[in-house]
Design a protein around this ligand. Structure first.
Ligand code: GDP
Ligand code: MG
Length: 203
């Protein structure tokens, strides 16, 4: 049986969300900034160590806050499917402190607004534009410790421009899903053993 995993990619405008997704799926990158105005869904199938998964990746346009209720989600087309995602990728630009503040706010709202045990949903924080790291606002280690130890989220830095750590970040997210899925026995994210041999193919 093919497992389906819906992943919402959220972050401030211009941090590189669309670039990360397009680099992952199409090996494509554009220097030209085309703001994402409406929600876009990508549906790649991924083979990870011999198992196939259908991913539903939501490229979420700028939202002022995480939808606090199902009705709020339905009123705003940009948010459709965001509350019930199986996992989140929260992207910020390592050179832009405001984009990190935005991720901090969204992470807090996910924990507060998702109900019960679903607030323990896998979240991966991604610092993009690693190629510009001389202009970063905070040392990598300091952010990593804050995100992993205090927020209890995964942390990866990448460069969509140079396709650096892009596959790794999706594998990292699935890795968190595996760990949480096994603990909560969540059927849609049962990926046991899938990451052990470190292979990933996009179909
Ligand atoms: P989004 O609004 O978060 O979807 O951001 P986009 O993916 O549209 O990217 C915004 C701008 O940042 C574009 O001009 C991209 O070319 C640029 N960009 C995205 N990723 C990187 C990166 O890793 N390094 C650099 N230097 N620029 C990037
Ligand atoms: Mg975009």
């Amino acid at each position: 049986m093919v497992e389906t995993l819906s992943i919402a990619v959220i972050g401030a405008p211009g941090v590189g969300k669309t670039s990360i997704i397009r680099q992952f799926i199409y090996n494509d990158f554009s220097e030209v900034y085309t703001p994402t105005r409406t929600r876009y869904v990508y549906r790649p199938s991924v083979i990870l160590n011999g198992n196939m998964y259908d991913l539903k990746i939501l490229d979420v346009p700028p939202i002022s806050s995480f939808p606090s209720s199902s009705s709020q989600e339905w009123l705003d087309l940009r948010c459709r499917g965001v509350r019930n995602a199986n996992a989140y990728i929260l992207v910020y630009d390592i050179c832009c402190v405001e984009s990190f503040e935005y991720v901090k706010m969204i992470r807090q709202q996910i924990v507060e607004h998702r109900e019960g045990s679903s607030s323990e949903v896998p979240i991966l924080v991604v610092g993009n534009k690693r190629d510009l790291q001389r202009q970063r606002f905070m040392p990598r280690r300091a952010v990593s410790v804050l995100v992993k130890k205090t927020w209890k989220c995964g942390y990866v830095e990448c460069s969509a421009k140079f396709n650096w750590h892009i596959i790794l970040l999706f594998k990292e997210l699935l890795g968190i899903a595996v760990a949480r899925g096994m603990r909560q026995n969540h059927t849609s994210i049962r990926l046991q053993g899938a990451l052990q041999r470190n292979r990933c193919t996009i179909m």
